[in-house]
Every structure is written in C-alpha cells, then in structure tokens.
Design a protein around this ligand. Structure first.
Ligand SMILES: NC(=O)C1=CN([C@@H]2O[C@H](COP(=O)(O)OP(=O)(O)OC[C@H]3O[C@@H](n4cnc5c(N)ncnc54)[C@H](O)[C@@H]3O)[C@@H](O)[C@H]2O)C=CC1
Ligand SMILES: O=C(O)C(=O)Cc1ccc(O)cc1
Length: 369
C-alpha cells in the first residue's frame, strides 16, 4: 500500500492524487492536509482523497511520500514542520511541486541533518489558468515534463522510488540542477507571463481612448495574452521567488527590443522579413507536445453574435450530438459586438466533434495552438 500525503489539495495536489489513485486503484491511500477545511471536504466528495485533516502531523503520519502542493511562498515554511515531524516515517520522501526550485532546495538542505526523511524538489511543467481541486484531473501531466532537482548526496534509490510513483502521472520525468531549472523556467514560463500581462496593460491604456481596441482584439492578441488570465496571487509568488532570473530576462529583452526598434525604424523590408522568417523557423521547429504545459482540458472558442438564445443554440447542438461539455464560460459579451464562448471538453475527440458540429452550423470556431 502506497500511503501518500498531499499538502494543499488544489489543482496540482488534486491532479497528482487523482493520477496516483487511477494508477493504483487498490494500492494507494491518499491522506491530505489543507488550511481550508472546505477544500478537504470538496476533495473527499470528488473522490480525490481518502482522508482529509487540518492537522499537518496527522496528514504526514506514516506517509511513504509527501507532496507539498501549496503556493511557492509557503513551501519553505511548511518544510520544517514536515521534515522534522515526529510522525514522519523513516525514509519517507518529501517532495514539492513549486514553480521555482532554488529557494526550496536551499531550505531543505538546512534540515537534512535532522530529518528522518529525504527531500527531492519537483516541478510538473503542466498546469492551467484554472485553480482549485475542482479543476484537478488525472491526465493533467500526461506527456508533460516533470522536473526533479535532487542534490548531490541524494541517494539514487530515493530518486528511483519517486520516479516509479510519478509514472502514474504519465509525465516525462527528468532531472535538472535547481539553478539551471530556475534560469530556464524564467525564460520559457515566468517571463512570458510578465510579457503577456504587460501587453494586456499596454493595449488597455489605449482602450481608454477608444473602445475599438478591445472590439477588434482578435485571434493573435487573444493567443499571445491567454496566460495573462492565470491566478495573480500564484504569479506574484512565482515572480518573487525567481526575481533575479526574471529581472535578468527583462534586461536582456529590453536590449533585444532596442535592436527590433532600430530594425523597424530602418524600414529595411528584407531585414524585417528575415526577422519574422527566423522566428517562424525557430517556432515551427519547437518539439511537438501532444499534451503538456497548459492543456489540462481541451478548450474550444466560439465567436458568438450577441443575440438572445445563441448560447442555448450552441449547447443544444452539442447535446443533440451527445457531446459532453466540462465547462462553459463567456469571455466577453458587449452590446452589438461578438462575444467569445469558451467550451471546455475532457476529451480531445469531444472537442474535435464539437468543432465540426459548430462549424457545420456556421459558427466561427477556433482552438488554441
Ligand atoms: N497552476 C499551475 O499551472 C501550476 C502550479 N504549480 C505550482 O503548484 C503549486 C500549487 O498550485 P495550484 O495547485 O495551482 O494552486 P491551487 O490554488 O489550486 O491550490 C493550492 C492549495 O493549497 C492550499 N494552501 C494554501 N496555503 C496553504 C498552506 N500554508 N498550508 C496548506 N495548504 C495551503 C490552498 O487552500 C489550496 O487548496 C504552486 O506552488 C504552483 O507554483 C506548478 C505547476 C503548474
Ligand atoms: O506553461 C505555463 O507557463 C503555464 O501557465 C502552466 C504552468 C504554470 C506554472 C508552472 O510552474 C508550470 C506550468
């Protein structure tokens, strides 16, 4: 029996719990701790955990592996009571899922001489702009990278045990050094969030002068700013815990933008085309990810003319074709302009079927890249 403790049962903690439960239906017991009793109740009702408690030591007691799945800022605070808990099993693995690794690994190292357990930092490189256990899904990490950051001296059998358990997530588990991890994610995840939010803010300023900016904001703007809809508190914590690498990114970016500015100013068509061509070649050459980073669910966007009954029309069409929707959200509706309906499906085949049905009915439908 694998006894697993989940500390913080939100999107990530809940998704790890679900994938382990699915993989070991008879053989895993999930005990959880959260500061919010209501989250534990919901997690139990959804079948995500077997037992919930607001007493940290009770959740840790007897666990083979403890996953700390709280906001990054609280991981270090929780490490001490967990690693030094009298209830911690001899040889237990303590791991986390935080988006940055240097701080937490440093904290864990200060405790390594006094603990009965072993800490191995972790970061599943998949998520969603949704949060909370209600958005958890057993397939969140499928085919995504899951980074582990063991340090020198971490005995190999612990790493192998954790990897074996994480096979349940169907993620690709890789090892990196904590500082290398933080430098890389600053560039490919954290800094892009800053850029997306800054771009929204940038156009928002113009929008104060003319509402045409928002009205005309279509595919490209929506695609590039999608991640600006993520949880602001989570991103505050992430940015604060990876501050120096992100600031470095911004400094490099400003220098590069100076060059782009010169390029645009030059009016040199050939060089401008070369700039776009090179970016296209690099972007097109990115490795295929079947699922990963964001797509925990399959989202379909439908432009909807703002007339009464149109949403009913869309849902009825899907109902007739027996296509189940996991979530439905209206992203924007204003008088006399198009609104956007975001339909979320659990399975890709449902999304594809819905896309066809709605296109056949002359709706303008599109997906994220
Ligand atoms: N959301 C995402 O896309 C990804 C998030 N992460 C990391 O995973 C961690 C969790 O993120 P989510 O699951 O998205 O957040 P979430 O908000 O869905 O869940 C966090 C849970 O932790 C609980 N919590 C907060 N403070 C606590 C404390 N001091 N003690 C116990 N429980 C506490 C909350 O009540 C909530 O249930 C963060 O460190 C984040 O950086 C990693 C990869 C992707
Ligand atoms: O891909 C992104 O940047 C996401 O928004 C999903 C995400 C968020 C936080 C992470 O630590 C890892 C992945």
């Amino acid at each position: 029996m694998n006894r697993i403790a989940i500390i913080g049962v939100g999107l990530i903690g809940g998704s790890i719990a679900l994938s382990i439960k699915k993989h070991y239906p008879e053989d895993a017991f999930i005990q959880a701790y959260d500061i919010k009793e209501s989250n534990l109740q919901l997690a139990r009702a959804l079948g995500v955990i077997d037992q919930g408690t607001t007493e940290l030591h009770d959740a840790v007691a007897g666990a083979d592996v403890v996953f700390i799945c709280t906001p990054v800022q609280s991981v270090c605070q929780l490490l001490k009571p967990i690693m030094l808990s009298p209830a911690l099993k001899e040889g237990a693995i303590v791991t986390d899922v935080g988006s940055t690794k240097m701080n937490v690994v440093r904290c864990a190292q200060t405790l390594s001489a006094q603990t009965k357990g072993v800490f191995i930092g972790g970061h599943p490189m998949a998520g969603s702009h949704k949060s909370g256990v209600e958005a958890a899904t057993e397939r969140l990490f499928e085919n995504a990278y899951y980074v582990l950051t063991p340090v020198e001296g971490t005995e190999n059998h612990y790493i192998e045990r954790l990897k074996a358990l994480l096979a349940a997530t169907r993620a690709k588990v890789v090892e990196m050094k904590p500082d290398e991890h933080d430098r890389v994610v600053a560039a490919i995840s954290h800094f892009p969030h800053v850029i997306a939010s800054a771009l929204v803010e940038h156009v928002y300023q113009y929008q104060q002068e003319s509402e045409w900016y928002w009205r005309l904001a279509a595919g490209g703007f929506r695609d590039i700013t999608r991640i600006a809809s993520s949880n602001p508190k989570m991103w505050r914590d992430i940015v604060l815990s990876n501050q120096s690498f992100i600031v470095q990114q911004m400094r490099d970016w400003l220098k590069e933008m100076e060059q782009v500015l010169d390029l645009l100013d030059s009016g040199d068509g050939e060089k401008i085309e070369q700039f776009f061509r090179h970016a296209k070649e690099v972007r097109d050459g990115l490795p295929e990810t079947k699922r990963g980073a964001i797509p925990s669910f399959y989202d379909l966007y439908v432009d909807i003319p703002d007339y009464p009954g149109v949403i009913g029309q869309v849902t009825t069409l899907l109902g007739i074709h027996k296509i189940s929707i996991t979530n439905i959200a209206i992203l924007e509706t204003r008088e006399d302009i198009m609104g956007v309906l975001c339909l979320t499906f659990r399975h890709e085949r449902d999304m594809e079927k819905a896309q066809k049905v709605l296109r056949d009915a002359n709706f303008l439908v599109y997906r994220r890249d």
